[in-house]
Design a protein around this ligand. Sequence first.
Ligand SMILES: [Ca+2]
Ligand SMILES: [Ca+2]
Ligand SMILES: [Ca+2]
Length: 213
Amino acid sequence: MTITLRSVQCRNTEDVTGADEFYVRGGVSVPGLPPRAVLTKPFEINDNQKLFFSGALQDPDQAVLFEGNLSDAASIEIGLNFYDADFNLEDWDSRYQSLLAAVGGGIGAALGMVVAGPVGAAAGAMVGATGPALAKAFSTIDKDDLLGTVEQTVKVSDLTEGRHEDTWTFSNNRPSIKIPPVDEPPLVKPKKGSWWSDWDYTVSYVIDVGPGR
Ligand SMILES: [Ca+2]
Ligand SMILES: [Ca+2]
Ligand SMILES: [Ca+2]
């Protein structure tokens, strides 16, 4: 089976003027397999645009979240952060491999701490790990704007053979997505009197399940 990021739709950018520089960072974990580090290079997207990762990325492999055969008993944990880049934009091409390695090291260390943790623990650990890992490689990267996070557990036994497409929608009002839902994430309220931006995005992804799973 494969899990792939398909498209991103922007209804409202985080940047106040012009397009956002959208990227995804995080990881995917299956017990017993090496984790997969996820890092897509930033691409510009503006209000009311929908872009496909396959066209927006020079290397569409960056949009692959998982690839391999799994048994019915397996489950896949996905932990992703969605960002608008405001810093280092000109450095991404030359430093991509070292950044990807930093994400891999960060999620690997975080997963080591949650071995045999409860369902969803690995996804949460990966979401929390990319910031510190990347900040070591790129000192200003954590000043980029976090648009949303997803923590999702996919049980292979829940999937029928064929293609499944679904979406994650996140905004300044509801940036945190947990699947299966633990409890409703709290609404984020702007602080009175401080600078505030709003944004609204939907990312779609595809799970393709083959006959051998
Ligand atoms: Ca921004
Ligand atoms: Ca930006
Ligand atoms: Ca906005």
